[in-house]
Design a protein around this ligand. Structure first.
Ligand code: ACO
Length: 402
């Protein structure tokens, strides 16, 4: 049942819903989730079909525009994105302000927010054309900035984008390429896996980061600032930081014989430890993205011939947890982050970059929601609170306080 508080009269009713367990803050036509049945649709299309038959830029077009593109529209869209992959040369010096060992998400928050100082020719959010250009710039530049953050952390030269490559290939080229070998071929299996990871993370309706972007955008803030806010919200281990946390957890568990001890810790109500990559606020049967991710993971490990003990540990952990009544009763299944970390690790991407890749892929979801909100009448987001502090009292001068 949906209760529309506008019809009840906002002054007569006050809902208290910490964590937004049952409060919708907006209408949206972009993504549908049925958490009980494990269904995820983008503009009506099932995520499994998009992951199987589409590619990331096509999914970007779909999320932004509501329909799959024709061949001509797709070629035009890809062309526009390719035209925007470079960043302002001066942005390079921005990186120098960071320590080399800074977490790349810290760098992303700063650099993406700073784009508003470089591309201020398109910041009038009331103009649809400005909003469109900003969306294209963000989608196109995120891989470049993410790879720059990685190269900066290594002290290696930053790679320029190569526009004869696909979006995913280009990202791998900028991450792992070197000026000594600028035309090094990209492994198509790994590029396809990265493209799938991008698709599977492209949007997920009103999660913490997307709601943050909408809330920031509702004040009229510029798109680059809004996306930087989304990146900040995504960073936490309960959200986008989970795939990094999965690998750290597997590292900590160490080997198969320690699994039972960690399962016991996860079940202990007095222990804050949780199985990272398990559970989801919305999916209560299975996460459809996790199933595609698992297949992609198998393909990558076969291609690379990797016999990874951490994967064996992950598979065993999943088996033991799924057979345990604690996890069954609470509907705790592996989520999308459980396998993505293993794929990224196999490709050679360091754990600190995992959430950056999530942010890169989710940018289209964030900007689509921002666009959707600004394209129709909207109000500034202003949650209420239930005040539980002191009642009215008189000020006590300093000399009379003990
Ligand atoms: N390990 C052990 N127990 C868990 C876990 C877990 N991963 N997740 C939830 N629980 C337990 C809770 O302790 C609680 O038990 P109780 O009823 O006995 O108190 C019950 O399951 C319900 O948990 P909530 O925290 O109320 O569930 P919520 O929907 O608020 O949280 C969340 C969802 C944050 C994802 C949680 O499952 C979690 O912390 N998972 C681990 C982190 C993670 O993988 N995050 C990625 C999410 S997907 C994404 O962002 C792309």
């Amino acid at each position: 049942d949906v209760i529309d508080v506008r019809e009840l009269g906002a002054t007569n009713h006050f809902t208290f819903d910490p964590g937004f367990m049952s409060t919708a803050a907006c209408e949206s036509k972009i993504t549908y989730i049925d958490g009980d049945k494990g269904i995820l649709l983008h503009r009506g299309y099932p995520i499994e079909q998009l992951a199987q038959h589409s590619d990331y830029l096509e999914v970007c077009y779909l999320l932004l525009n509501g329909e799959l593109p024709s061949a001509r529209e797709k070629a035009q869209f890809v062309d526009i994105i390719k035209n925007h992959t470079m960043v302002h040369e001066q942005l390079k010096s921005f990186f120098n302000g960071f320590r080399r060992d800074a977490h790349p998400m810290a760098v992303m928050c700063g650099v993406v927010g700073a784009l508003s100082a470089f591309y201020h020719d398109s910041l009038d959010i009331t103009k649809p054309r400005h909003r469109e250009v900003s969306a294209m710039r963000l989608i196109a530049k995120m891989p470049t900035i993410a790879a720059m953050a990685y190269k900066y952390s290594l002290g290696e030269p930053m790679m320029y984008p190569r526009n004869n490559l696909s979006y995913a290939e280009n990202f791998l080229h900028m991450m792992f390429g070197s000026p000594c070998e600028p035309d090094k071929p990209i492994n198509p299996v790994l590029a396809r896996a990265i493209d799938r990871i991008f698709i599977l993370h492209a949007d997920h309706e009103q999660n913490a980061s997307t709601s943050t972007v909408r809330l920031a955008g509702s004040s009229g803030a510029n798109p680059f600032a809004c996306i930087a806010a989304g990146i900040a919200a995504l960073w936490g281990p309960a959200h986008g930081g989970a795939n990094e946390a999965v690998l750290n957890m597997l590292e900590e568990i160490g080997s198969v014989e320690h699994i039972e001890r960690f399962i016991a810790k996860a079940k202990d109500p007095n222990d804050p430890f949780r199985l990272m990559g398990f559970g989801h606020r919305v999916y209560k049967s299975f996460d459809p993205r996790a199933q595609v991710m698992k297949r992609t993971c198998d393909a990558v490990l076969t291609e690379l011939g990797i016999d990874d003990p951490q994967l064996e540990l992950a598979v065993r952990l999943e088996e033991i947890a799924l057979a345990d009544p604690y996890f069954k009763e609470r509907n705790l299944y592996p989520n999308v982050d459980f396998y993505s970390g293993i794929i990224l690790k196999a490709i050679g991407i360091p754990t600190s970059m995992f959430t950056v890749i999530f942010a890169l892929a989710r940018t289209v979801g964030w900007i689509s929601h921002w666009q959707e909100m600004l394209s129709a009448p909207y109000k500034i987001g202003r949650p209420r609170q239930l005040y539980t502090g002191s009642a009215l009292r008189d000020f006590v001068p300093l000399e009379r306080r003990n």
